[in-house]
Design a protein around this ligand. Structure first.
Ligand code: COI
Length: 360
């Protein structure tokens, strides 16, 4: 059982709202790491007879790990990605989180797969809120980006033989971010990798384990060296059905139909993906979660990617076996509409009729 933190002692924390202390160029944020002031740490140890150290805010900085920790040796780790936006002053100010309980539940689901205990939904959301408040001077001004939150869950205890670690650490840190891709909001160019795969049936592609991410670096670096933005993966069995891009889900649009790969264990169940499915349905599109073949993609009018970091990114070209396929981008596209609708809700500038945002 995780022990919840009691209300944090924030007296020692600089809670001034002065944005970034004047140290940061808000217009050119990108997705680089800007260290912030505080992180939240909560430990969970079986040795304490089910008692767990309480969570607390600490100065952001390095953590100590045993060389034989489960996470370092056997990749027993999960992460989440979330964003806090600064609300407009005229709407009482403050900050908003987007569907944070979904991230908490996804971490619980992943923890079960990776044999780890997980914080409760309340503990997770409380930790994220505390991290936002402690770092509030790092939440970018309206329209300039968001404070990205990175909850981690790891086997921090020592273990030599292959087994679950005897101790776990839940940690949340934050960094102000702008656009994920170097293209900014401009359309991206993907390449389909025919050799490498991201996940396989029965594997861990459907949970947000750290172990899913290093394996895509080889293909990603090769793609970038050839001028592509990122890699689009196909399924590892038929080598024919779309899975996802290294860091985001993928959608194809043809006429009034929007299709995205169904989550059957190899694809990450994205929270932006789930939200976009609902928003596209509200707009009268028929939304299909199914097998989406490479031929469906080639035949599509429009292709876009979704993710917390990526938001909704239009795809202008996909290169498959040396052939470059082009898709519609620009002002009259569904991806543009979805981007505007979604970010308006997330930033608190449009009414949140779905109850997706949580005030901090
Ligand atoms: C996110 O979108 O938040 C992610 O976790 C993807 C990551 C590779 C940046």
């Amino acid at each position: 059982r995780w022990q919840s933190s009691s209300l944090p002692q924030l007296d020692h924390i600089d809670r001034s709202d002065e944005e970034g202390g004047g140290e940061i160029d808000w217009d050119n944020l990108g997705f680089g790491l800007t260290p912030t002031d505080y992180m939240y740490v909560m430990r969970c140890s079986a040795e304490d007879g089910g008692g767990f150290a309480r969570g607390e805010l600490r100065r952001y900085g390095n953590i100590e790990l045993s060389p034989s920790s489960g996470v370092l040796n056997y990749a027993q780790g999960l992460f989440e990605g979330m964003k806090a936006y600064r609300r407009p002053e005229q709407q009482a100010g403050g900050y908003t989180l987007f569907r944070p309980e979904e991230n908490a539940r996804r971490m619980q689901h992943g923890a079960a797969r990776m044999c780890m205990p997980a914080p409760s939904v309340e503990q997770f959301v409380d930790a994220v809120k505390q991290t936002v408040l402690a770092n509030k001077r790092w939440v970018p001004p309206q329209g300039k980006g968001a404070l990205y939150l990175r909850p981690l869950l790891m086997g921090s205890g020592p273990i030599l033989g292959l087994a679950p670690a005897p101790e776990y650490t839940f940690l949340v840190y934050a960094a102000p971010v702008g656009n994920y891709f170097k293209e900014g909001l401009a359309p991206i160019n993907l390449v389909v990798d025919d050799e490498f795969h991201r996940a396989m049936p029965g594997g861990t592609g459907g949970v947000k384990t750290i172990a899913n991410y290093a394996p895509v670096l080889r293909a990603q670096m090769d793609a970038k060296s050839k001028g592509f933005t990122d890699v689009l993966y196909l399924d590892s069995v038929h080598k024919r059905y779309l899975e996802e891009v290294s860091s985001c889900n993928v959608f194809v649009v043809k006429g009034g139909v929007v299709a995205t790969p169904a989550t059957r264990g190899t694809i990450l169940p994205g929270i932006t993906r789930k939200s976009v499915i609902e928003l596209a349905g509200d707009r009268g599109y028929k939304v299909e979660e199914r097998l989406v073949s490479i031929d469906d993609l080639i035949d599509a009018d429009e292709v876009f990617c979704t993710g917390t970091a990526v938001v909704v990114a239009p795809v202008s070209t996909v290169t498959y076996r040396g052939q470059r396929h082009e898709f519609r981008t620009g002002p009259d596209t569904l991806s543009q509409e979805l981007y505007t609708t979604l970010t308006s809700i997330q930033m608190g500038v449009a009414e949140d009729s779905k109850g997706w945002t949580v005030a901090v």
